[in-house]
Design a protein around this ligand. Sequence first.
Ligand code: GSH
Length: 321
Amino acid sequence: MARAQFSAETAGGGAFVRQPNRFTGRVTPHSTSPEGGGPDDQGRWPLEAGRYRLIWCRACPWAHRARIVRGLLGLDEVISLGTVDPIRDERGWRFSLDQDGFDPVLGIGYLSDAYLSTDPDYTGRVTVPALIDTVTGRVVTNDYPQLTLDFSTEWRRFHKPGAPDLYPIELRPEMDALMAEIHRDVNNGVYRCGFATSQEAYDEAYRALFTRLDVLSERLSERRYLMGEQITEADVRLFTTLVRFDVAYHGHFKCNRQKLTEMPVLWAYARDLFQTPGFGETVDFDHIKRHYYATHEMINPTRIVPLGPDLSGWTTPHGRG
Ligand SMILES: N[C@@H](CCC(=O)N[C@@H](CS)C(=O)NCC(=O)O)C(=O)O
């Protein structure tokens, strides 16, 4: 069997099994801690404007979700943003895009500095997104699925006027089930294709991915967004994978039954979102390509970054809505 990109996260049959999220603190108005205090005995941090910092990488689909949701809800003013270099070095995610290589607020050069000062025994992958407490420098959470839902529900006090409800209470049961399928087969499914180290594991992931995309395409042929006429968290989660499909997953992860541009409904849907304020301006195709092709040395040992594909189609009329 081929050598794995992440051997600790590769099962016996060559399938990629993602590590659990280590830090699962939550910022919430229900915390019993005072302002400026740490987490209460249930891991709940106090809700405060200007206190927490979101660290993201423009290339990362999990981090990209948090960036989009933060913007759609108008939380930009109350949660600051730090951006790591799309290429990790041997110490991992670094703040080399910042002056002198240090995050200007946290004063650290590597995201691992925050992880290790929070848990000196941490041995897992240091991942984005991460929400960091600027008072103590500790990692509050790297639990990306909960993070964005908390932006919608726990941070409501700081939403901009007229902010969308991305997680409507009456839709949650259906949305949760849909997002679980999208996560398994699409968001993480592309990684299960790319990081498989056996033909069988790859075949299984590939089939699940395209079968799910067919189902989603069918659903989206009858409605503008996944849950109807309003954008929800489910759309944000699907978008961050679709926008990377042709530039990264089709080639690098061998998700190549079709390109996104060859799946008419999904392509129009993705363009519709791309052209919606809060989406397109957060996309950095250059960072995405450089991250994937130059980071996974087991998959692309030459680290050559392809020049294509042509991206001009993203701004063409989508004909939806
Ligand atoms: N926290 C999740 C998802 C976040 C994630 O995987 N982010 C990627 C970037 S897309 C990352 O930070 N990878 C760091 C690494 O592979 O060392 C995980 O641990 O799998």
